[in-house]
Design a protein around this ligand. Structure first.
Ligand SMILES: Cc1ncc(COP(=O)(O)O)c(C=O)c1O
Length: 314
């Protein structure tokens, strides 16, 4: 399915037409996966369009680049303001925003330092990642036969393009076997995360999620869910999760920018809890969607509205 084009893409500080955002086939990123990126959502709220946790995403982008010794010549504020301007010029109030910092065309060897750093921001309209229905009914998933990369191989705290070769193996395997998504274990056999989502496990009224040391991405939605749980007085902790804990959980849900908060109703054809969205997942969803739709107060200042001067970007 082709992406729904918008008019402009931001490249190194300038807006260029969508179709002009082209790379040479010998660009370093094409051969060696040398790019770091983000996925951000802009929501149509009751008070007008607003970008969710914009600065936190841009900070993670800059962190990812820093891990890979990439000098981004734009600050978190510059990038955040560029994202707001991008959505304004493209006039797509509800959209997905994709910033990417990559190593471009120059040298062909593995050492990337002779290649220019290029920064792009694009946005387009994108619906529900795991389907609209999935938010209510939940998804059927499997534990993947593919593990997450071991510690000190590919750094999983960086949201790097190369990591997504692993995610693709997980997602494709799940899909060909009739599941919506796969859950990856880390190299020690403990639960890590979905191919593009963090995971939360509910048992006896408490919630746990794997720590980052289990090769999980420091998800911005994961952080938001933990804050929401604390607001709602639902006990939440980062805790190592053995595989079998998944099967006997009362409820499980995925979270991420793309998946938002999606219940999991079965794993490896084993029913989770009642096999439907559970009450705690529903409470977390109501709070999360209430905030991002502007129907509940934005008490954590997570939304950067488009229709106010860029000085208040957050
Ligand atoms: C591997 C992986 N884990 C978790 C997440 C969720 O992160 P976030 O909530 O920041 O979108 C994503 C999505 O970006 C992801 O690709």
């Amino acid at each position: 399915m082709a992406l729904p084009k918008t008019e402009k893409i931001w490249h190194n500080g300038k807006f260029i037409p969508w179709d002009s955002a082209q790379l040479h086939v010998l660009s370093h990123v094409v051969h060696y996966g040398s790019g770091v990126f983000e996925g951000i959502r802009c929501y149509e709220t009751a008070q007008g369009p607003a970008i969710f946790r914009l600065q936190d995403h841009m900070q993670r982008l800059v962190n990812s680049a820093h891990i890979y010794r990439m000098d981004v010549s734009f600050s978190v504020d510059d990038l955040s303001n560029a994202a707001l301007e991008l959505v304004r010029v493209n006039k797509v109030p509800a959209c997905y925003i994709r910033p990417i910092v990559l190593r471009g065309y120059g040298d062909a060897g593995v050492n990337p330092t002779g290649n220019p750093i290029e920064t792009y921001l694009a946005c387009w309209e994108w619906g529900k990642y795991l389907g609209e229905e999935a938010l209510k009914t939940g998804v059927d998933v499997c534990v993947s036969s593919w593990n997450r990369p071991a510690p000190n191989t590919l750094p999983q705290m960086a949201k790097a393009a190369a990591n997504y070769m692993n995610s693709q193996l997980i997602r494709m395997e799940a899909k060909v076997n009739g599941y919506e998504e796969g859950i990856a274990l880390d190299t020690h056999g403990y639960v890590s995360e979905g191919s593009g989502e963090n995971i939360f496990v509910v048992k006896n009224g408490s919630i746990v999620t794997p720590p980052l040391a289990n090769s999980a991405l420091p998800g911005i939605t994961r952080d938001s869910i933990m804050k929401i749980c604390r607001d709602l007085d639902i006990p939440v902790a980062e805790q190592v999760v053995p595989r079998e804990m998944l099967y006997i959980a009362d409820e499980i849900f995925f979270c991420g920018t793309a998946a938002e908060v999606t219940p999991v109703r079965s794993i490896d054809r084993i029913k989770i809890g009642s096999g439907a969205r559970g009450p705690i997942t529903k409470r977390v969803q109501d709070e999360f969607f209430g905030i991002i739709n502007g129907k509940m107060p934005d008490r954590h200042n997570w939304l950067s509205p488009l229709n106010v001067p860029s000085a208040v970007v957050r």
